[in-house]
Design a protein around this ligand. Structure first.
Ligand code: GDP
Length: 384
């Protein structure tokens, strides 16, 4: 019976091991260099210097070259064998499961499926995926498989594993977002607004994006839109100074929409490429905050509204993302502190719940600790 789905998942999602380099061929002594042939001068002739005769390299392969060729042929054969094996292995559940099935195919029965789904549920929960999302994915897998038939050469565990992988992968893949490609198609100045609860890493994420843009030759203006906390204005100023980018800031309690407006006007006047707007992050349930967000959106008309979520916040991150999405419409997500998060299940939860793409994940406190989201990478991480 199927004891440990997680161990199996590990195997399933594990990256192919790096190819083991073959040990170097034993050193073969090189063929002795051909002795230069020196022609003896006839005794009676005046002595003239005889040019040294250089021996042409033999057309046949030297021992060293032969060994190298053999090694390469072996490598190519191994590669082919590996590719053939990969071909044999089903890539997704649809290769194993059919509605009608052949005479020898096995039917998927509810009780055997339930046991496996339970294991699957535990594995997802251990990966910090939010419970409602786990339920939905589980139900999806169940509906895909129940009453269908799978080929006799395979086990039900294999079928369930592949089906789960398909479900998770399709959620993540659908939610990839290429920020650079998107950015390159925008009219300047590109306005990006950052939304999220205090402490999630919003300010740091803004600085990371500014740094990334500047490295790509873009000029950046920051808008200190969290006027609720004097500390927030100060914090963003520190980043702006460090990165050498212009910051527009007003006093504490000033209207954040006005700050955003001024920053955009400055960018237009000075032909700057991008405006990054920070916003306040009091509790998302605070209706003042939501009204404030709506006003900034109305005034600044951001090209992109990015929700910054803490991957450690689990279900809370999902609730926050949903609330902001309902209020102002989120376009993309940055998931922070993935370095401290054991699995990153929050990525799957948010992507699945609000159906919005994950643009970046942040994996540390340095400016370069930001990576483009990649569904394959996340899939491996979820089940590693
Ligand atoms: P904000 O209140 O949402 O603006 O959050 P901050 O940007 O001030 O970040 C809060 C804390 O989280 C700071 O100590 C950051 O250094 C830290 N932080 C931000 N992003 C990351 C990350 O990706 N990994 C880790 N380990 N810490 C982070």
């Amino acid at each position: 019976m199927f004891d440990n789905l997680k161990t199996k998942l590990k195997g399933l999602f594990k990256k192919a091991p790096a190819e083991v380099a073959e040990p170097d061929a034993p050193a073969v002594p090189e063929a002795p260099a051909a002795q230069p042939v020196v022609q003896e001068a006839p005794k009676q002739e005046p002595v003239t210097p005889v040019p040294e005769v250089k021996q042409e390299p033999a057309p046949a392969l030297s021992r060293k070259e032969q060994l190298k060729a053999e090694k390469e042929a072996k490598k190519a054969a191994k590669k082919e064998e590996k590719a053939a094996k990969k071909e044999d292995k089903p890539k997704d559940a649809s290769q194993l499961v059919t509605d009608a099935g052949g005479f020898f195919d096995k039917k998927i029965k509810e009780d055997s499926l339930e046991d496996l789904l339970w294991e699957l549920e535990l594995a997802l929960m251990e990966a910090d995926v939010a419970l409602p999302v786990v339920e939905e994915i589980k139900e999806g897998v169940k509906q895909n498989l129940l009453g269908k038939k799978y080929s006799r050469g395979h086990t039900l565990e294999e079928v369930v594993e592949l089906s789960l992988k398909d479900a998770v992968h399709s959620v993540l893949r659908l939610n990839e977002f290429d920020f650079d490609d998107w950015y390159s198609k925008q009219k300047k100045p590109v306005v990006v607004m950052f939304i999220g609860i205090n402490g999630t890493g919003k300010t740091t994420a803004i600085a990371k994006i500014a740094n990334r843009l500047q490295k790509n030759g873009q000029t950046v203006v920051m808008a200190a839109g969290d006027t609720f906390r004097a500390g927030a204005i100060q914090q963003l100023t520190v980043h702006a100074d460090k990165l050498g980018c212009y910051i527009v800031k007003h006093n504490q309690d000033a209207d954040p929409a006005a700050v955003a407006y001024d920053a955009i006007e400055h960018a237009k006047a000075k032909r700057k490429d991008c405006v990054l707007i920070d916003t306040a992050g009091r509790m998302q349930t605070n209706s003042n905050l939501i009204d404030e967000m709506k006003k900034i959106v109305k005034v600044a008309k951001p090209d992109l509204k990015v929700f910054v979520g803490d991957s450690l916040a689990g279900n809370d991150a999902v609730t926050q993302a949903t609330a902001f999405d309902e209020a102002v419409g989120i376009d993309a997500v940055i998931l922070t502190k993935i370095d401290a998060d054991s699995k990153g299940g929050a990525a799957l939860s948010i992507a699945h719940t609000i159906g919005k793409p994950i643009a970046f994940v942040c994996n540390g406190q340095e400016y370069d600790d930001i990576i483009k989201f990649d569904s394959e990478w996340m899939l491996n991480r979820l089940f590693e």
